[in-house]
Design a protein around this ligand. Structure first.
Ligand SMILES: NC(=O)c1ccc[n+]([C@@H]2O[C@H](COP(=O)([O-])OP(=O)(O)OC[C@H]3O[C@@H](n4cnc5c(N)ncnc54)[C@H](OP(=O)(O)O)[C@@H]3O)[C@@H](O)[C@H]2O)c1
Length: 293
């Protein structure tokens, strides 16, 4: 199987670069090697690599900046996936793409299922939804994995930010009324490989760790985890103040309920999603052993 991976330098791209070689011949390209918003470069790469599977881990992920950079977000999150989908449809290739809980408005009291009506609150959410819709409309064979609150030991993410702030600050305010499922790139890379190797039915799937937390609860667990691993922090979990989203103004509005129901994917793969705490502990084991070294 010839596989093209875009966005190799991102946190998910790095995890996929490690797992996809088990499935075939992988061509993994960073943004410096392929800017997916450059239509000519994207087409030339698709033609020269001629992949049977395209795994698109490239994305415009600056949620707040997207409010001012609508065109840039659309080019990466909507137009480029549309171009990949059109090419995949014409060649019989499979497109694997990642989307987000931010396609929903968070007003539903329960976890979101794949058939719930999206209603993004932010420019980023709109651009990701436009990418999903273009893929579905293209008729290409596709897997869209909507995920949430992605973390890993690499790149930029909430876990690394909280660990840094825990060594710099004595107090911190974190929002407590947004609830979601922190999800590791390790799990997403495993799901991607399992879905491709088991040839599950194409379509849209929710992919996230089991369990849910607020950003505030997540931050406390990260600091507890660091302390339990012998990391000295100036911040203690109890010094993390719980605040409401309205007291932490950001350019982009986020959904209060980001929980994704993953039963469809669990059934298709015969796999239980691991608790987010287990995945956090694995990442903290790596990050904290570096810090102590
Ligand atoms: N992070 C989250 O919490 C989260 C939550 C839900 C869904 N998702 C989705 O999960 C997927 C993976 O996200 P992630 O956390 O791995 O994001 P990430 O760490 O920000 O990685 C995205 C990668 O895409 C690259 N990129 C940006 N513009 C590009 C372009 N024009 N051409 C080629 N590459 C480009 C970025 O390069 P630079 O670093 O050079 O910009 C970066 O390497 C995305 O589809 C995202 O929307 C993420």
């Amino acid at each position: 199987m010839r596989i093209l991976l875009t966005g190799r330098g991102g946190q998910l791209g790095r995890a996929l670069s490690r797992t996809l070689p088990a499935l075939g011949e992988l061509r993994a390209l960073s943004r410096a090697e392929l800017d997916i918003s450059d239509e000519e470069a994207l087409l030339a790469t698709l033609q020269s690599v001629s992949p049977q599977v395209i795994v698109n881990a490239a994305a415009y992920t600056a949620v707040d900046r997207a409010e001012q950079e609508l065109d840039a977000a659309q080019a990466v999150n909507a137009q480029a996936p549309a171009q990949m989908a059109e090419w995949a449809a014409s060649r019989g290739a499979i497109l694997v793409h990642f989307s987000t809980d931010y396609v929903f408005d968070g007003a539903k009291p329960e976890a979101y299922v794949e058939t719930d009506e999206p209603c993004p609150l932010s420019a980023y959410g709109h651009s990701k939804l436009a990418g999903e819709e273009a893929i579905r409309q293209s008729g290409c064979n596709h897997l869209i994995f909507r995920t949430s609150w992605v973390f890993s030991g690499e790149g930029s993410n909430f876990v690394k930010t909280i660990l840094r702030l825990a060594s710099e600050r004595e107090t911190l305010r974190v929002v407590t009324d947004q609830i979601g499922s922190p999800t590791s790139t390790r799990l997403l890379a495993e799901i991607t490989c399992a879905a491709l190797s088991r040839r599950i039915a194409g379509g849209t799937y929710h992919a996230a760790c089991s369990g849910s937390e607020s950003w505030h609860g997540f931050a406390r667990q990260i600091v507890w985890g660091a302390l339990a691993r012998g990391i000295r922090t100036s911040l203690t979990p109890d010094a993390i103040e719980a605040i409401a989203s309205r007291d932490y103004p950001q350019s982009a509005q986020r959904p209060l309920n980001s929980r994704l129901n993953t039963q469809k994917l669990s059934r298709a793969l015969g796999l239980q999603m691991p608790p987010w705490q287990d995945e956090l502990h694995a990442v903290l084991d790596t990050l904290c052993s570096h810090d102590k070294a």
